[in-house]
Design a protein around this ligand. Structure first.
Ligand SMILES: [Zn+2]
Length: 56
């Protein structure tokens, strides 16, 4: 059983509730999918910057 809860505020993906388990993160009334919640985690490790990226 899955129930649509809403949309991820970042990527717009639909977030469902699966058997009572939220397929994402709801915080302060905002809804994020796990991917975006991972990316936006304030205390998480920062993603490595590609050294080949151009700097202007
Ligand atoms: Zn998302």
């Amino acid at each position: 059983m899955q129930e649509r809860v809403g949309q991820c505020e970042v990527c717009g993906r639909e977030v469902f509730c699966l058997n009572g388990f939220l397929d994402g993160v709801a915080e302060n009334g905002r809804l994020h999918c796990f991917d975006c919640a991972d990316r936006e985690a304030p205390d998480g490790p920062r993603p490595q910057v590609d050294e080949d990226s151009k700097s202007e």
